[in-house]
Write a protein that binds this ligand. Structure first.
Ligand code: FMN
Length: 386
């Protein structure tokens, strides 16, 4: 892979090496020598981070807003590929005005074994993978041919550093947002063996409190994670999400809370989720979608990712764009029908500038790209030049 096309998260290295030595490619160049030895980037002024002179920054009026915070372009990178402050600082300097700090937990949490990312090749002529389609169960080819339009597996298990590590790092990440830019922390609860339902709710509250202590202006809670022991995702249990968001909102007060949703196929289920969360003022927005679950196989039809429980993996990138757009359109219609004013963050398969505009037209107030941005680090600049 040439230096030009090298993703800022190096899929040929472990998660731990990415955390320690990343980012790579154009993001590393943007940080200069700081990134290579794992030393934090030098403090940059808010003006420099957003590519403005000090003088321009003084008169700078961001054109849009993200949950009440002024931002230049409501476009950025969602929870996942930005592992720490060096990644988020590089993203800001590359013109991504929204940077979500990878999902953190109340405790250190290990990563699934390497490899975590494979290239995924759905068989349909247009390369689309639809949730629940037979292909998702029969098997989708996954290998090392990373080519555009890019789709990948994402099998990490949501690793986290200990709060003693991520709290100061998250705080630094916030300080390095430029004028018209915003760092958004993502967090989730952790279920461990023997935990009661009440303890699981309390773990969300503890984590939200730890995030709040860093000075977060907006927070995102991941509900598209496995609801361990239930063989489903947390967002497939809306009443549980209601209980958790009630407790979290009680803790964080006026700080806007976004919840991250997976694709929900039924309009009825989606509307119920909206009614019991946004409809009660417990959440202020939805970020959607997360990955689509599929069985991944190699060219011989064998399990592509090594290890027990890794028969299926989340798929993201170009293949899931129609599903992301569909969720945004349906959420937007529900918002109008119920007369609510929650925000919608459109995620899924954004790989070229036109995708940003298509998500905005579908009703998204902000748009984010994970896979697309990894392989196209100039994506925000390209959108801005349009
Ligand atoms: C490397 C990687 C790691 C991810 N980790 C997380 C995570 O920790 N929390 C989360 O809510 N979503 C995570 N995601 C999902 C993304 O936020 C996003 O919802 C999904 O990738 C779809 O967007 P995309 O098609 O632009 O990649 C991750 C995605 C990638 C590519």
């Amino acid at each position: 892979m040439s230096e030009k096309t090298m993703p800022f998260y190096d899929v040929d290295r472990t998660y731990e090496d990415n955390y320690r030595f990343g980012p790579f490619g154009a993001f590393a160049e943007e940080l200069g020598g700081d990134a290579k030895d794992g030393v934090s980037a030098d403090q940059v002024t808010r003006a420099v981070a957003s590519g403005l002179t000090e003088h321009e920054a003084a008169d700078h009026e961001p054109a849009e807003s993200f949950f009440g915070v002024p931002v230049d372009l409501p476009f950025g990178i969602p929870a996942g590929p930005l592992l720490n402050e060096r990644f988020t600082t590089a993203a800001f300097r590359m013109g991504f005005d929204l940077a979500v700090y990878k999902t953190v937990r109340s405790r250190a949490w290990g990563c699934n074994p390497f490899p975590n990312v494979l290239a995924v090749h759905p068989q349909s002529a247009d390369g689309v993978l639809s949730p629940g389609s037979p292909e998702c169960d029969e098997g989708v080819l996954a290998d090392h041919r990373f080519e555009t339009p890019i789709s990948i597996s994402n099998s990490f298990g949501v690793p986290s550093q200990d709060p003693d590590v991520w709290q100061p790092d998250m705080q630094r990440a916030m300080e390095r947002a430029g004028a018209g830019q915003l760092l958004v922390p993502s967090f989730q609860g952790s279920r461990v063996d023997g935990m009661t339902a009440a303890e699981y709710v309390a773990d969300h509250v503890t984590t939200a409190h730890l995030v709040l202590e860093t000075g977060a202006q907006v927070m995102e809670m991941n509900t598209s994670c496995p609801n361990e022991g239930h063989n489903r995702l947390l967002c497939h249990a809306p009443d549980q999400v209601r209980l958790i968001t009630e407790a979290v909102k009680n803790e964080i007060g006026d700080v806007p809370l976004i919840i991250k949703l997976a694709y929900l196929p039924s309009d009825e289920d989606l509307e119920y989720m909206v009614r019991v969360t946004a409809g009660r003022g417990l959440v202020q927005g939805f970020s959607t979608i997360n990955t689509i679950s599929a069985r991944l196989v190699d060219a011989k039809g064998a399990q592509a990712l090594p290890g027990a429980g890794r028969d299926r993996s989340g798929v993201c990138g170009a293949a899931i764009r129609p599903s992301g757009l569909d969720m945004v359109r349906r959420l937007s219609a529900i918002r109008e029908r119920l007369g609510l004013d929650f925000g919608i963050v459109g995620v899924g398969g954004v790989t070229v500038p036109q995708d940003y505009f298509d998500y905005r037209a579908a009703g998204a107030d902000a748009v984010m790209s994970a896979t697309g941005a990894m392989w196209n680090p100039a994506l925000a600049r390209r959108i801005k030049s349009r």
